[in-house]
Design a protein. Structure first.
Length: 161
């Protein structure tokens, strides 16, 4: 798996919306969250509502891209089912980006700083990790931190990927 502090490998992928997304070109010097997932991943099903809340909490000053290890039709259906409000990129069938980042499980999430280095990562689903992403993104965009995964919301505190 890509190590903390490493420069994130550059890539270009097509989104389900038909646009190309290129790292680092499209990041404009802003931090980014890269979420590697599969449409058959039950842990991803748990994580995406929290990732949507994270995007809602901090609507500007950073990027979040979901990187699907599935074909476009399955990724599109999944995005609609989970109301994903940020770009969903396709890494199938060759998995070129997944091979570069080497995620340990799905989901695996990498936070890249404004210079494109990995600052924090997590795999599987852990509420504390989601809240750590929120804290770090808030600091990067100059906002107050928001707890997007509260202990008492009825969701699991942990689910392995």
């Amino acid at each position: 798996m890509l190590e903390t502090g490493a420069l994130a490998p550059h890539f270009t992928l097509l989104g389900i919306n038909g646009h190309e997304y290129s790292l680092p070109n499209d990041l404009s010097g802003q931090p980014a969250l890269l979420v590697f997932f599969k449409t058959t991943c039950e842990t991803c099903d748990v994580a995406f509502p929290y990732l949507n809340k994270l995007r809602e909490a901090y609507p500007e000053g950073w990027h979040i891209w979901a990187i699907a290890q599935d074909p476009p039709d399955k990724a599109r259906d999944y995005a609609e089912r989970h109301t994903i409000t940020f770009p969903v990129l396709i890494d199938a069938p060759a998995y070129n980006v997944s091979l570069l980042y080497d995620p340990e499980a799905t989901p695996t999430i990498f936070l890249l700083d404004a210079k494109g280095r990995t600052e924090f990562d997590a795999y599987g689903f852990v509420k504390d990790d989601i809240n750590e992403f929120a804290k770090r993104i808030a600091a990067a965009v100059g906002a107050e931190p928001v707890v997007v995964a509260p202990d008492d919301d009825g969701g699991p505190a942990f689910k392995p990927g």
